[in-house]
Design a binder for this molecule. Sequence first.
Ligand code: ZN
Length: 314
Amino acid sequence: MRTSGIHHITSITRDAQKTVDFYAGILGLRLVKRTVNFDDPGTYHLYFGDHVGSPGTAVTFFPYPTSRKGTVGGGQVAYTVYAVPEGSLGFWQDRLKSFDVPFDIQERFGEKVLRFRDWDGLQNEIVERAEGPQSAWAFGGIPREHAIKGFGGALLYSTAPERTMETLEHVMGLDRKGEENGLVRYEAHGNIGNKIDVSVESHARGLGGHGTVHHIAWRAKDQDEQLAWRDHVAAAGFDPTPVRDRNYFTSIYFREHGGILFEIATDGPGFTRDEAVDSLGESLMLPSWYEPQREQIERILPEIHVRDLEGVGQ
Ligand code: ZN
């Protein structure tokens, strides 16, 4: 079986409004869903992505005001990589500069990579890619021809890199493409969220908390394929969870041998399931089983606004 690439990546931050300001205000992603953490409904679960939060573009956050500071290390996605159209890296350098976001430029597998952190220390990168459709969403002074298309991929730190790489290749069905400067590159067959780099060094276990990635989800076409994935993962010796209803997709989870929490999520039904495309992300959406608690939940959650920060700076 072969996944076509990343479905979504979920990280931990501290402050809901600052998360919205960084990912919508500065990076120009669309807030496509404001809901709650289904396992902890006193906390937001914020989804950002392209205009509809297509699989391969969805970056999601649990803002926990009281969370400890995490440490990036083994068993985590160390860098979340965003893809922008070719010829856009200069635009993004200027943009990060205008918001006082420090960055540096790395060279990896023949590509220039813009590396920066968000306000919680979460490690991000931007890379130019010809593949993947141009974004249909433009916000905050970012023209579509420079807007983030979705994920370029991810860079993983593992406590057991050989085993993580074996799982990527022989369980998830990615192709090994090459090795350079202590990184091995794998590629999935999709055209977005498809390039996964693994550090060959064994990393000491990271500490979960704000500024770290919680898990990475891979794409399954539909629920039938997801059940086949579940059997496939179990046959490879893992212990996947039962299928869980995440309202916008269904999911299974398992921890790979290098400590990274993997999820396999269905492409559908998607974020337009309970809101029209035009008003995605504008209201707090709750799954039916939390609707009776709406008043209580709304009292706990802080108000958030998607703001155009152009000219404001931070
Ligand atoms: Zn997830």
